[in-house]
Design a protein around this ligand. Structure first.
Ligand code: HEC
Ligand code: HEC
Length: 205
């Protein structure tokens, strides 16, 4: 019983970070292609950042350890594999180490990051690690590859994902993802209203 009370107290601030994100949709076509492409460049800086791409490793079922706090980039230690489930179910589940314990896991360097959500690898299609801006752009705008989401669904998904809140406040000496979650969501809305342009598209103006 005590455990549950404690858990609720600790979990609340993590989840409530989502309340601060405002999603203000813009009319389709109200943003120029050029501005949409500028927004995309910032979106790519976020998507390709280690706090995001370490879990978006495509066909590999190995999460990555990369970024300034890791030194040389390498696959997750301890022979961790995500398997087809992407959550390690057939080996050792990611949540065995990545669930919130309330013991300050995100304060100390090299501890497993802990979140109040289900820690697992992103779907195979959302393959971002080491991918180019154009590759990620064409994947993210394709409903067949992005979980059948339009821009509103993408923006709302980001707002409600506790893992994303961790990516901007990772602690433990880890470098946060660039910009802020609010700015990232704003950029997605701009990119969407410009028609989700990718480099080489014909301009709308
Ligand atoms: C702990 C691993 C993990 C990290 C870190 C992570 N993601 Fe993900 N991501 C996932 C999983 C799992 C899904 C699938 C969730 C779903 O479909 O509900 C996903 C799906 C997505 C999607 C939906 C679109 C698609 O193509 O599938 C977007 C957008 C996304 N992530 C953005 C990000 C961004 C931006 C960051 C960094 C700020 C990030 N993710 C960090 C695991 C992660
Ligand atoms: C036995 C414990 C353990 C298990 C199980 C585990 N991890 Fe980890 N994970 C760690 C530790 C410890 C770190 C931090 C290493 C460091 O900072 O040097 C880590 C770090 C990570 C990172 C890097 C986060 C970042 O960007 O800084 C990702 C991504 C990750 N794990 C994904 C997974 C996934 C996906 C699974 C399941 C398939 C999983 N882990 C299972 C212990 C574990």
């Amino acid at each position: 019983m005590r455990f549950f009370v404690l858990f609720a107290l600790i979990a609340t601030p993590v989840l409530s970070a989502g309340d601060n994100v405002e999603i203000t949709l813009l009319p389709q076509g109200s943003v120029l292609t050029e501005q949409g492409l500028e927004a995309w460049d910032r979106i790519y800086e976020v998507a390709s950042h280690p706090r995001c791409s370490n879990c978006h490793t495509g066909e590999s079922d190995r999460p990555m350890w990369s970024g300034p706090s890791y030194g040389q980039a390498r696959p997750h230690g301890m022979n961790i594999q995500a398997g087809d489930s992407r959550d390690g179910a057939s080996f050792i589940r990611c949540v065995s180490c990545h669930a919130l314990t309330g013991q300050g896991g995100n304060d100390a360097p090299h501890m497993a990051p802990q979140v109040a959500g289900t820690w697992q690898l992103a779907p195979v299609e959302a393959d971002w690690f080491g991918r180019s801006s154009l590759e990620i752009c064409t994947q993210l705008r394709d409903p067949a590859l992005n979980g059948d989401r339009d821009i509103t669904a993408l923006a709302t998904h980001l707002d409600h994902d506790v893992i994303l809140h961790w990516a901007w406040t990772p602690g433990g000496g880890r470098e946060p993802a660039p910009y802020s979650l609010q700015e990232h969501v704003d950029d997605l809305i701009l990119w969407g209203a410009a028609g989700m342009p990718c480099a080489g598209d014909v301009s709308n103006n």
